[in-house]
Write a protein that binds this ligand. Structure first.
Ligand code: PMP
Length: 420
């Protein structure tokens, strides 16, 4: 039964049982109206109130300022690889158009804009694991390699293997890039940025590069300096809710009316692609996430998770952050205590608090040792620990639904296995 299992899966992750029980009721009959939340119209007042409440609770928990909007999309994290590239290229072109063309109809100025695009349009990517690599590959597919600048790639200084974050002094940032993209926590490779990169920080005038981050696997687990970002996005299925909705937090000055996206006709003249309408942030934001049918049931679950977090932690995300850190310290501490038995993949300074990736080398036969580790842990109700198929080993995902007691059970097993 659920109470006997501690599920360390990397995503979808476990959800609080109390939230699922409430959601199960809401799926069948919400508020005794004879209809469930997967059946009600997304155009109803109830749908809008569920969306607005989830937005407000997210803003409260993460301390998102008023000049940022929160939108829900059905894209998945992977859809955001395309959405971020499309939308921030659009914003870059809109800015350049203002500067170079303004209100003029002079074809020479459009030609000049096109030359600027060809020469200067750059999308910057910091690659620290499989997910940021995939995002950069998507940008290359959509805009061409000539427009994508790899700022740093952690495999280069580490024999082709992920597990570090290149020193910022080696980063090759473009001037005036359409976006600088990074993934704050690499779910597969267990690498997490411990703090906001110094070289991307805004200057004293508050101005800085256009920074965009994928926070799919560490959102709601630590305090974020939201104002340093133009946008952050995350799939719901780790710390927020069920797979099916993806959240984008975006600075309003990048949306209409401040900065509308360029017209399709202009983008065609410039030889640039435009996004499918369902990936256009401006359109989704203008419609309060209801441009097309959104899964209100998934938004409801996310909203209930947020309510539970707000009830549990009076000091909001900082309360959760303390618990997340404590769990990670306990688990890494146990692994480090037996260097002959366990080898954590990533460098110590970049270890993820969320996805703890290691090999089991006990007795010298890693395959056999890992099989024994996984078989024995599963038998004890510690499940979902198998590493990602591309890297093998063991991965303990310590998302918010893993309690301190759950982490302590794993720690006890790590100790017992090492000494048995
Ligand atoms: N980014 C990160 C950091 C992820 O962990 C994942 C999925 N686990 C994705 C992006 C892709 O998300 P999705 O499967 O929702 O497309």
């Amino acid at each position: 039964s659920r109470s006997e299992i501690t599920y360390f899966g990397a995503g979808p992750a476990g959800l609080p049982t109390s939230v699922l029980e409430k959601a199960a009721e809401a799926l069948v009959d919400f508020g005794s109206q004879g209809l469930g939340l997967a059946e009600i119209s997304h155009r109803s007042a109830l749908a809008t109130s569920i969306i607005n409440e989830a937005k407000a609770d997210l803003a409260s928990f993460l301390d998102i300022p008023d000049d940022y909007d929160v939108i829900f999309m059905a894209s998945g994290g992977t859809g955001q690889f395309a959405a971020t590239a499309y939308n921030f290229v659009g914003s870059w072109v809109a800015r350049k158009h203002k500067e170079i063309v303004g209100d003029s109809n002079d074809p020479k100025l459009i030609q000049q804009l096109k030359e600027t695009v060809d020469k200067d349009l750059k999308l910057d990517y910091i690659i620290t694991g499989g997910w940021s690599q995939k995002a950069s590959a998507e940008a290359q597919r959509l805009f061409g390699e000539e427009h994508v600048n790899i700022v740093a790639d952690s495999r280069k200084s580490n024999n082709g293997i992920y597990g570090s974050i290149p020193d910022e002094s080696t980063w090759n940032l473009s001037r005036d890039s359409a976006l600088v993209y990074y993934c704050s926590n690499e779910t597969v490779h267990g690498v997490e940025f411990q703090e906001f990169p110094k070289s991307l920080a805004p200057g004293p005038d508050g101005k800085g590069p256009i920074v965009v981050a994928d926070m799919s696997s560490d959102i709601l687990s630590k305090k974020i300096p939201i104002r340093n970002f133009s946008a952050i996005f995350f799939g719901a299925q780790k710390n927020l809710g069920t797979a099916g909705i993806t959240v984008v937090v975006i600075r309003k000055s990048l949306l209409s009316p401040a900065l509308p996206q360029p017209s399709a006709a202009l983008m065609r003249q410039l030889g640039l692609p435009i996004p499918p309408i369902i990936l256009e942030y401006d359109t989704i934001a203008k419609n309060n996430s209801l441009y097309n049918t959104l899964s209100i049931f998934d938004v409801y679950i996310a909203g209930q998770v947020l309510k539970k977090l707000l009830q549990t932690y009076p000091n909001k995300v900082e309360g959760q952050q303390a618990v997340s850190q404590k769990k990670a310290d306990l688990i890494y501490g146990a692994l480090d205590a037996y260097p002959e038995v366990y080898k954590v993949f990533p460098e110590k300074t970049v270890r993820s608090r969320m996805n703890i990736c290691f090999r089991v080398t006990k007795g010298g036969d890693t395959d056999a040792a890992e099989k024994a580790f996984l078989d024995q842990s599963t038998a004890l109700g510690l499940t979902g620990l198998k590493g990602h198929r591309s890297v093998g080993g063991v991965r303990a995902s310590s998302y918010n639904s893993i309690s301190l007691e759950g982490a302590e059970k794993l720690v006890k097993f790590i100790n017992d296995f090492a000494t048995s």
